[in-house]
Design a protein around this ligand. Structure first.
Ligand code: APR
Length: 233
């Protein structure tokens, strides 16, 4: 039976594509207060600030290119005989730009817009404004389709199913600081998965993993993918 490989990615996999991480020395949370730009309360308080924060990230993300790590995961998905599922905390579209197709965006996606009134979703304009209205119900209640602190991540039922069925679980480029994603390694291990952390340096939950690979993702991820393809094909 071909092995099921479940991969969790965080901001570190997109760092070498020029997109900022959150908690590194020059991370986004050293420049912005997350309460102001990544909570429903912050959006209610100052929607213009939140839109300008995400408009800038949307433009950066649209201009960024997938790197060797994104490309390696897409190759694994295409060449591995079994299932490969990418669960990403990232809101950029770099996994899809690299050709990956089984991507679950648990924190939403910068390219998406959401209506808080009717729940409609559509492709966000590059610049979202507080004056925008929903194309479906016309309410002036549009927001970036991203999950903020205090909100429930998307697709959690599907994610739990994948974690229960994983033979291999790899976390790539994530600090292990934010739940529920930081609990996935232990959950997968409870169901028998081999767990590996692939990161620039040990994360907050490195002790949850059976194996570790440290270094820049553009080096460690292609090496790991080639080893996986050699091992299981
Ligand atoms: N290669 C591999 N790993 C890297 C690289 C790199 N080139 N550069 C940085 N990293 C690692 C860092 O060592 C760190 O462990 O990536 C991780 C980035 O951690 P965070 O900045 O905390 O990002 P992430 O784990 O994705 O944050 C999780 O928090 O703010 C919320 O919603 C946001 O999805 C985000 C969540």
């Amino acid at each position: 039976m071909a092995e099921k490989i479940v991969i969790l990615t965080g901001a570190g996999i997109s760092a070498e594509s020029g997109l900022g991480t959150f908690r590194d020395v020059d991370g986004l949370w050293t420049k912005y207060d997350l309460d102001d730009v990544a909570t429903p309360e912050g959006f209610a308080r100052n929607p213009d600030l939140v839109h300008s924060f995400y408009n800038a990230r949307r433009a950066n993300s649209a201009a960024a290119m997938p790197n060797a790590a994104h490309n390696a995961l897409a190759k694994l998905e295409q060449q591995h005989a079994g299932d490969v599922i990418i669960i990403t905390q990232n809101v950029d579209g770099l996994h899809e730009a690299a050709g990956a197709q089984n991507v679950l965006h648990m924190h939403g996606i910068l390219a998406g817009a959401l209506c808080d009134t009717c729940g409609a979703r559509w492709t966000a304009p590059v610049t979202m404004r507080t004056t925008d209205t929903c194309p479906t119900c016309k309410a002036n209640a549009t927001r970036p389709d991203v999950v903020w602190f205090g909100e429930t991540p998307y697709l959690m039922d599907a994610i739990h199913e994948h974690l229960m069925q994983a033979d291999v679980f790899a976390a790539i480029g994530t600090s292990g600081e934010v739940y529920p994603a930081a609990s996935f390694a232990l959950q997968a291990a409870q169901f028998g998965a081999h767990t590996v952390e692939i990161n620039l340096e040990p994360s907050a939950n490195v002790s949850d993993f059976a194996e570790t690979l440290f270094g820049p993702a553009t080096q460690t991820v292609p090496a790991w993918v080639n080893a996986e393809l050699g091992r299981v094909g």
